[in-house]
Design a protein around this ligand. Structure first.
Ligand code: FE2
Ligand code: FE2
Length: 444
């Protein structure tokens, strides 16, 4: 068909508007992926505040796993997003989304907060992924589609996995509150009409500051200050026994499983660092999420193996000292103590322990300890990579070595004030001690 000669030519677009128009289909999808990336990274930053506030180890482990999977989603979204025109180069989170996730941490009852995350924000994320799948072109945007299909399956599984932990809190008022904050944005992607906030709605996160609790929650389990001592009638781990060649290997195996289980303290105090570093580069939070999930698996090694060796977990006191002391320090000092002191310092003793456990030809124990060691080597690498960055975020300009030395000294001072404050919850005859371990191991 030939255009009629009288018709006026269309106005020439400027080069900017024609470039935008030409790529509009890509840019629309990139904009949605960008929001999904920001939502996943905000989940990582804020859902971590649940971990030390809830009491059940199984729930802490599950949250660490979900946080890690969210960090992975965010990383893949960022990689794919960077292939698309319009995703943007920075990693900042838009203020409206940050405000929503900041609100989610506010309930004083951790189980109400948990319900807000899993009854409001996670379903919104699942709805947003479903919207993306429906809005994009199945062939043109196939690479994104494959990712989003995977993430939808993950989100559906998360919803199932958390069910056993929901339903106990008195949460309807909070669910309605957080739900209306979400609806005011029209869902995470703005895919629904935005509804006005209800009359009298106030943002709790703007009225007061969130604070980490002074101690972490271990639910029904008995607690103490530390599981390490020199006294076999006081604690389960007797320091000199760990390195004494005369100690029976079965005793060492039980002690190291207690040691691994107590990495739950690392789970709890590392989980506090995310919320405190809102301006962190995403890769820092990604590696910390991995670190957190590793520690939760190490703790599970002990939590799952000890009962098989005859230990009643209700007799194992949980040590609270490290959380209680570290929470008095700013986030970069917490991270420095963890990576540069506790982790870097644990290798020589763990190596001896591994050699002794190998005498037992217990393939599973050898495997767990080998993976633990491999993970710990990575954690020390993370420490070297990220400590200078996290110092920068906290405005600390000292040379790293000097900072680490000063932090070790400060920790020792704070330990005098905040350490050793948790009495044994159980009398010696009821709790697991070194002496009891000798009996369980069949040595006496
Ligand atoms: Fe560990
Ligand atoms: Fe570690």
């Amino acid at each position: 068909m030939v255009a009629p000669s009288k018709s006026a030519p269309a106005p020439a677009p400027t080069s900017a508007t024609s470039a935008t128009g030409r790529m509009a289909a890509v840019q629309d999808m990139a904009r949605l992926q960008r929001i999904l990336f920001e939502a996943e990274r905000e989940f990582v930053r804020t859902a971590t505040t649940l971990i030390y506030r809830v009491g059940e180890p199984e729930l802490k482990y599950l949250l660490c796993q979900h946080v890690w999977e969210s960090a992975s989603h965010a990383r893949f979204l960022r990689e794919r997003g960077r292939e698309l025109s319009g995703f943007g180069t920075g990693e900042n989170v838009r203020p409206a989304l940050r405000r929503l996730f900041n609100e989610a941490v506010m309930p004083a009852d951790a189980y109400v907060a948990l319900a807000g995350f899993y009854r409001v924000l996670k379903p919104a994320l699942l709805a947003a992924y479903r919207h993306y799948l429906q809005a994009t072109h199945h062939l043109a945007d196939w690479p994104s589609r494959k990712l989003v299909e995977e993430f939808i399956m993950d989100e559906e599984r998360h919803a199932q996995e958390i069910l056993a932990h929901l339903g106990t809190a008195d949460d309807p008022v909070w669910i309605a509150h957080l739900g209306s904050a979400l609806l005011a944005q029209g869902g995470l992607l703005g895919e629904a009409p935005a509804l006005p906030l209800p009359a009298g709605f106030t943002w709790e996160s703007e009225a007061r500051a969130y604070q980490h609790p002074a101690t972490c929650n271990r639910g029904k389990y008995p607690t103490c200050s530390s599981v390490f001592s020199h006294d076999p009638d006081e604690t389960p781990i007797v320091r000199p026994w760990l390195v004494d060649p005369k100690t029976d290997a079965r005793v060492i195996r039980l002690m190291v499983y207690v040691w691994l289980m107590m990495e739950l303290d690392a789970v709890d105090y590392l989980a506090t660092v995310f919320y405190d570093t809102p301006e962190a580069p995403f890769d820092l939070h990604h590696d910390m999420a991995r670190h957190l999930w590793d520690e939760s698996r190490h703790s599970q090694f002990g939590f799952r193996q000890l009962p098989k060796l005859g230990v009643d977990l209700m007799t194992v006191e949980h040590s609270l000292d490290l959380y209680n002391i570290l929470i008095q320090m700013p986030p970069h000092e917490r991270y420095a103590m963890m990576t540069m002191e506790f982790e870097a310092g644990s290798f020589p003793t763990k190596a001896l322990v591994m050699d002794r456990v190998r005498e037992l030809s217990d393939f599973e124990a050898d495997t767990l300890l080998a993976f633990d060691r491999n993970d710990e080597q990575n954690h020390v690498r993370y420490g070297h990579r990220w400590l200078p960055e996290i110092m920068k975020l906290c405005g600390d300009t000292r040379p790293t070595d000097e900072f680490v030395k000063a932090t070790q000294a400060r920790f020792a001072e704070l330990a005098k004030i905040h350490g050793g404050r948790t009495p044994h919850a159980l009398p010696p005859e009821q709790r697991l001690t070194g002496t009891k371990i000798l009996k369980l191991a069949g040595v006496v």
